[in-house]
Design a protein around this ligand. Structure first.
Ligand code: NAI
Length: 213
């Protein structure tokens, strides 16, 4: 359960996908959509959609369908996307630079304000609109730019120590790509991302499919 709101993690984990589809519908000029049509589009059952939305009061008049713009805005608010988030990237290697180069995060209100590394050879390197800076500049950057999220793209052997330091500097949330669990104080939000987990799931579905033949 999500603390204080009583909404299950399973429901929360489906919201970004609703948000994405609704954004596309909105961009295509669609004003209303029924749960059946949304169900066909997203390949989830209409009852699942209704159940998910009922957690938040239902969002709309059944029979007339959902108002796409309203639903998009409301789900955005639930996801906290109605406020800007300020990010820093820690670790300016392959992954850190790839994330810094990805511009779509900004469209969702995630603004990257700095990228940091311990390797002096990277200092001064331009990555899109950012310049790689040494780690001793990180505290000032966090405090001056109201940074709330740190993206951790460093090796696992240093990730725990770095994460603890970042929390000491005032970071409230970590998007953790390092392959290590971070045990941080209560109130610090951590979202672990492991692309290899997703690849292993794909491997599983391939082997299930092959075994059925
Ligand atoms: P990389 O070696 O290209 O970059 C790592 C960077 O971190 C280097 O520039 C290095 O100087 C810097 N670094 C090391 N220790 C540091 C510290 N204490 N403070 C600041 N910077 C530090 O590696 P890559 O490919 O960018 O991967 C980064 C990490 O992310 C690795 O640990 C890798 O295993 C992990 N990874 C995770 C994925 C995921 O899905 N979770 C996918 C790909 C990589």
């Amino acid at each position: 359960m999500v603390e204080g709101k009583g909404i299950s993690q399973a429901v929360i984990s489906r919201l970004p996908r609703y948000f994405r589809y609704l954004g596309e519908l909105r961009d295509d000029g669609v004003e209303r959509i029924s749960s059946q049509d949304l169900s066909r589009l997203m390949k989830v059952t209409a009852s699942q959609i209704r159940q998910d939305f009922n957690n938040f009061g239902g969002f709309g008049q059944q029979g007339y369908g959902y108002n796409v713009e309203y639903l998009y805005q409301e789900i955005g608010k639930i996801l906290g996307l109605d406020v800007e988030h300020h990010l820093i990237i820690v670790g300016a290697g392959n992954l850190g630079q790839a994330l810094a180069n990805y511009m779509n995060f900004e469209k969702r209100g995630f603004i990257t304000q700095g990228i940091f590394d311990i390797n002096p050879e990277l200092y001064g390197k331009e990555v899109r609109n950012l310049t790689v800076q040494p780690m001793d500049k990180i505290e000032q950057c966090i405090q001056e730019n109201n940074i709330d999220i740190a993206v951790l793209t460093i090796p696992k052997n240093s990730a725990v120590k770095v994460a603890e330091k970042l929390v000491g500097y005032g970071i409230k949330a970590i998007w953790n790509f390092a392959h290590v669990d971070l045990n941080l104080p209560d109130g610090i939000q951590v979202e672990n991302v492991h692309l290899s987990d997703s690849l292993m799931k794909l491997s599983y579905t391939i082997s299930c499919y092959e075994n059925q033949k």
